[in-house]
Each structure stands twice: as structure tokens, then as C-alpha cells.
Write a protein that binds this ligand. Structure first.
Ligand SMILES: NC(=O)c1ccc[n+]([C@@H]2O[C@H](COP(=O)([O-])OP(=O)(O)OC[C@H]3O[C@@H](n4cnc5c(N)ncnc54)[C@H](OP(=O)(O)O)[C@@H]3O)[C@@H](O)[C@H]2O)c1
Length: 269
């Protein structure tokens, strides 16, 4: 992990649960300064205590924020600047889904999803890149999804936000490579976290059909950090996810449309 060992400060979004919490646990052994953000301050404080116990040499700062709110995002950036924190590793992980037909979706669920999954991820990268360039390098780990590889009925907006994340990451990687900044899109398949429960609409009936396979969050994070070390552009953690991604990319788009129209739908459940 030579690349990560040479970094100074990692900002991890969505660190209060799931994959983000796991990034914090694995990075605390490699990067000397960790900044945790999400909305639930109590959860972040508990994680900070655990990190300080497990990695006593690591400095941990907790800065809660609702990243779907542009003012709270600006305040997070201002608080970091006031504390002299200049992250050179950005783990752009915070994200939410909304499972169900688009026609019946509540705008108050769609709008913050767009602001979190797309706007916040882009805003934080935009705000931190100049500091990374000035310090001679850095890393941006954008947590996308296998869902970004194909259009998904009942997950139309979420899958589209992840298509954005993957596309943005690939272009940014080319733009920033010359500055010593590595950009990687992490594209997991299903992972057991709070994601599924939060994506389910209130009174929303059956769960998201994720019939294929689940990957432990520990492996998602360790494989993505290993891929970052190798300078990879995109990682699909786990053999089955990688196989599914290869299959999707090799499939003619007409077949893909047919396959997605035959997929078990929430409305038919
Ligand atoms: N789980 C999966 O199957 C799966 C598969 C592929 C990709 N992913 C992606 O992996 C990433 C992490 O998801 P996860 O599975 O770990 O889900 P999770 O357990 O629900 O964690 C989501 C994290 O995002 C934070 N978050 C949510 N809304 C936020 C907001 N408005 N402002 C700031 N932070 C917010 C949550 O913290 P607070 O609630 O405390 O704010 C939490 O820490 C997401 O980008 C997701 O799309 C997940």
C-alpha cells in the first residue's frame, strides 16, 4: 500500500454506516489523518473512538454534515479550511437509492438523491482537487455501482446517478493523471448494509430483487484499495460482480433492454 502510505489526510463521506465505515476502518491503518462525515454525529463519534483505540497514531476528526444540502457542504469545506485540513484522499462514498416505479416516486426522495449522489460527489471533488494539485498528488475514490452499467427499471434514477459517477470518474482520471492524482470508480454489486432498507419506500412492500449475490463490505473496500494502489480506473469487487460487468458490457443493447424488461418488477410483486 505504498501509494496510500504516502498520503496525509483522507476525507470519508457516508462514514456512519456500511461501506463508508469500512473505508474508515481500513484507511486508519494507512493514512495518518482521517476526517469522517455523514449526518449522524453520534455514530461518527462512536466510530472515531473505535479508530482512536485501534490506530492510536491516527488523528480522527468528526465533521457532521447533510451533504445533500449545498449550504451544509459549504460549511463542511469552511470548517476543514479553518482547521487547516487539506485532504489528499477523497472517499466519495455517501449515496442513497429509491426503489420503485418512477411515476410513483416522491420528489422529496428523488431530489436529495440527485444532490447527494451527483452534486455532492462532484462538488467535493471540485473543491479538493486544487489542494491535491498543489501538494503534488492525491486520490479520489468515487463509489459508483454495478447498477451504473445498465438501465434498471424501478431503480431508474439511482442507476442513472451511478452511470454519471462512473463516466465522471473515467474522464477525471484522464484529466488529473498528469498531476499525480488517481481517480477510481468502485462498482460493487449488492452489499449487506443499510442501503436496501433506506431505498425501500415507506410502506413499500417487497425488497429490491437482488437475486444474484452479495459481497461483504470488507472485501469491497479491500479490493478497491488494492485496485487504487495498482492505479486501476474501475473495480468491480468480487469475481461474480466482475463477471456480471463483463457480460453486461459484451451484451448488445437490444438484448440488455429485453433482459431488463423481463426482470422481476416491484409493481408485479
Ligand atoms: N449496499 C449496496 O448494495 C451497494 C451496492 C453498490 C453501490 N453502493 C453504494 O455504496 C455507497 C455506500 O452505501 P452503503 O451500502 O454503505 O449504504 P448505507 O449503509 O446506507 O450507508 C450510506 C451512508 O451515506 C450516508 N448518507 C446518506 N445520506 C446522506 C446525506 N444526505 N448527507 C451525508 N451523508 C449521507 C449515511 O449516513 P447518515 O445517514 O448518517 O447521513 C451512511 O453513512 C453508496 O454510494 C451506494 O450507492 C451500495
Amino acid at each position: 500500500m505504498a501509494f496510500l502510505k504516502s498520503r496525509s489526510t483522507a476525507l470519508i463521506t457516508g462514514a456512519s454506516a456500511g461501506i463508508g465505515e469500512e473505508y474508515a476502518l481500513q484507511l486508519a491503518r494507512r493514512v495518518p489523518n482521517i476526517v469522517l462525515t455523514a449526518r449522524r454525529a453520534e455514530r461518527l463519534d462512536q466510530l472515531a473512538q473505535r479508530l482512536r483505540a485501534e490506530a492510536p497514531d491516527t488523528s480522527v476528526t468528526v465533521l457532521p454534515a447533510d451533504l445533500s444540502d449545498p449550504d451544509e457542504r459549504a460549511s463542511l469545506l469552511a470548517r476543514m479550511a479553518a482547521l487547516g485540513i487539506v485532504p489528499d484522499v477523497l472517499i466519495n462514498n455517501a449515496g442513497v437509492g429509491d426503489y420503485g416505479e418512477f411515476a410513483g416516486a416522491a420528489w422529496p426522495r428523488i431530489s436529495p438523491m440527485l444532490r447527494l449522489n451527483i452534486e455532492s460527489l462532484t462538488h467535493l471533488a471540485h473543491a479538493l482537487v486544487p489542494g491535491m494539485i498543489a501538494s503534488g498528488g492525491g486520490a479520489i475514490v468515487n463509489v459508483s455501482s454495478l447498477a451504473g452499467e445498465l438501465p434498471i427499471p424501478d431503480f431508474a434514477v439511482y442507476a442513472a446517478t451511478k452511470a454519471y459517477v462512473t463516466s465522471f470518474s473515467e474522464a477525471l482520471r484522464i484529466e488529473l493523471g498528469g498531476h499525480g492524482i488517481r481517480v477510481i470508480a468502485v462498482c460493487p454489486g449488492p452489499v449487506h448494509t443499510e442501503f436496501g432498507e433506506i431505498a425501500r419506500r415507506p410502506g413499500g412492500g417487497r425488497d429490491i430483487p437482488r437475486w444474484w449475490f452479495f459481497m461483504p463490505k470488507e472485501r469491497v473496500v479491500s479490493e478497491s484499495l488494492a485496485a487504487l494502489e495498482r492505479g486501476r480506473a474501475r473495480v468491480f469487487p468480487g469475481k461474480r460482480t466482475a463477471l456480471a460487468a463483463a457480460f453486461i458490457s459484451a451484451m448488445p443493447v437490444a438484448w440488455l433492454r429485453r433482459a431488463m424488461s423481463l426482470r422481476p418488477r416491484k409493481s408485479r410483486g
